[in-house]
Write a protein that binds this ligand. Structure first.
Ligand SMILES: Nc1ncnc2c1ncn2[C@@H]1O[C@H](COP(=O)(O)OP(=O)(O)OP(=O)(O)O)[C@@H](O)[C@H]1O
Ligand SMILES: [Mg+2]
Length: 487
């Protein structure tokens, strides 16, 4: 029982926090206040206008009676006629007049006035408030507005009588009461309709967000190609959907690259392992001579070396990806570094019939680098260049100092006169396991990790790498690095 209550309370508190509820509440509150204010101000205006027109009528009547009393003080019959005739002629908004002398003795009274109004109360209500109109209730429950005023009798003004006028405003009261009833009815309807309409509008507005959430929930590694169809969405959500789709593009691409990478690793690890296994199986199939065993062991060792190099490269790339990788920077003379690499590759270049030179400017090119890593990067470039340059070609290494705006930069170029790389393959040569012609490179033993490692080493140093190539004419790879480590 208590579990149920707490779960429904949880649902309720979640509902309060929904965007739909907030939008609905805001919309309904604003609508209700607007309707309330508009109706109330119209009501007040109507009431004050009605009162004003009644007061004007009463003031007018007073004025007529005063004039008559002043101009024809003795013609009381004319006065009576005026009063009785007009009041008898009216069907609505009946009014009643009473004329009192100085001693409050009634001189004239509209017939039937005493039936409608409590005359003692009338005196009491308007005493001391001359020329003011005040509300009063009649004997039969009708609403009246009453006023009184002094009027001097005759032009000499020696005597003054009191005029009392009462007007029946029940019609107006009825109108105002109808207005009030209508007003409350409108408020009740607004109270019901606005939240309903507001909720529909809010739901409609946030439906795209929910659709996006549903799509996002369904996307997993197996359907990364799914996208949100943002057509017809409001502009803000369209751009949100666009951003989301772009994020999915990136994810899908990374995911594909990782899948390809894993497949490549598996393939490249399997080849040497299969070779070792095959050789061992063949060797064990029957008795062999010592020399035959030596041959088998030799080629197994070759495969094992290949395998351990590959694993070494993969480990290196994995470590280089980690943000915690530290460089062992030291001041390195780049010219000397290039000479070292040239000496190392001299023999194999000579075997391939390729001339290998290192051109160093007179001024020493010095930079703060991780010597071992830079040697590895340049070696990878030189080994590629030598491997892809036919007999009689040349490979040249160059080092330059560049003075940039704030920091010095070092540029290292390795160019060859080899076979070149087709332009469609150029953007991918830094990808892991990428080989322009995988079948041929496979034969020559390349794994497609060399340039990826160069790229990683450049990133670690805060530098970059560029490649330019022309088929049949040669390739030039340029490394650019800051001469000093960024502080
Ligand atoms: N100087 C070059 N001339 C022509 N093609 C090149 C050159 N350098 C690289 N390539 C092409 O780019 C591909 C990728 O080079 P990368 O050094 O990454 O791999 P690899 O040399 O095949 O293998 P690894 O260096 O890992 O042993 C090579 O397979 C080759 O096709
Ligand atoms: Mg290589």
């Amino acid at each position: 029982m208590s579990w149920n209550r707490s779960s429904s309370f949880g649902r309720l508190s979640r509902f309060w926090r929904t965007l739909a509820f907030r939008l609905t509440a805001g919309y309904a509150l604003a609508g209700l206040s607007l309707v309330f204010l508009a109706s109330a101000s119209l009501y007040l205006l109507l009431r004050s206008e009605l009162e004003k027109s009644t007061d004007l009528f009463l003031a007018d009547k007073l004025h007529v009676l005063r004039t008559m009393l002043r101009e024809r003080p003795d013609d009381i019959d004319a006065l009576r006629e005026e009063i009785e005739l007009e009041s008898a002629a009216r069907r609505y908004e009946q009014f009643y007049i009473r004329l009192l002398d100085e001693h409050d003795t009634p001189l004239l009274t509209t017939p039937g006035m005493a039936d409608q109004l409590d005359l003692d109360q009338l005196i009491h209500r308007i005493q001391g408030r001359p020329e003011h109109t005040v509300p009063m209730q009649g004997r039969n429950g009708q609403a009246f507005r009453v006023t009184s005023a002094l009027a001097s009798v005759g032009s000499a003004g020696s005597r003054s009588d009191t005029i009392q006028i009462a007007i029946d405003v029940s019609q107006q009261e009825e109108l105002l009461a109808r207005f009030r009833r209508r007003f409350w009815a409108i408020l009740v309807v607004t109270f019901v309709v606005f939240p309903l309409v507001g909720y529909q509008v809010a739901r409609h507005g946030i439906r795209p967000v929910e659709e996006m959430a549903t799509t996002a929930r369904h996307i997993s590694s197996t359907n990364l190609h799914e996208r949100i169809l943002a057509e017809g969405y409001p502009f803000e959500l369209e751009s949100l959907a666009g951003t989301f789709n772009k994020m999915l593009d990136g994810l899908e691409e990374s995911f594909e690259r990782i899948s390809r990478f894993s497949a490549d690793i598996a393939h490249d690890l399997r080849t040497p392992v299969n070779n070792i296994r095959g050789e061992a199986e063949v060797a064990l199939a029957r008795a062999r001579t010592i020399d035959e065993y030596r041959d088998v062991l030799g080629s197994c060792l070759e495969e094992a070396v290949r395998l351990s190099d590959l694993i070494g490269d993969l480990l290196f790339l994995a470590r280089a990806d980690s943000p915690l990788t530290n460089l062992r920077r030291e001041t390195v003379n780049v010219g000397e570094l290039l000479s070292g690499v040239r000496e190392y590759y001299e023999a194999s270049a000579m075997d391939a019939g390729v001339s290998l030179t290192a051109t160093i400017p007179g001024e020493p090119v010095v930079a703060e680098l991780d010597r071992a890593l830079m040697q590895r990067a340049v070696s990878n470039l030189v080994s590629n260049a030598v491997a892809h340059t036919p007999f009689g070609g040349s490979v040249v290494m160059r080092a330059y100092s560049e003075i940039a705006a704030e920091t010095g930069k070092v540029r290292i170029e390795v160019s060859d006169t080899g076979v070149g790389i087709p332009s469609h393959a150029l953007p991918r040569v830094f990808d892991r396991f990428f080989r322009v012609d995988s079948s041929r490179s496979q034969a020559s033993g390349g794994t497609g990790l060399g340039l990826a490692i160069v790229h990683s080493i450049m990133l670690l140093h805060g530098g970059n790498v560029d490649i330019a190539s022309e088929l049949g004419r040669g390739t030039r790879v340029t490394l650019r690095l800051p001469a000093t480590a960024a502080r």
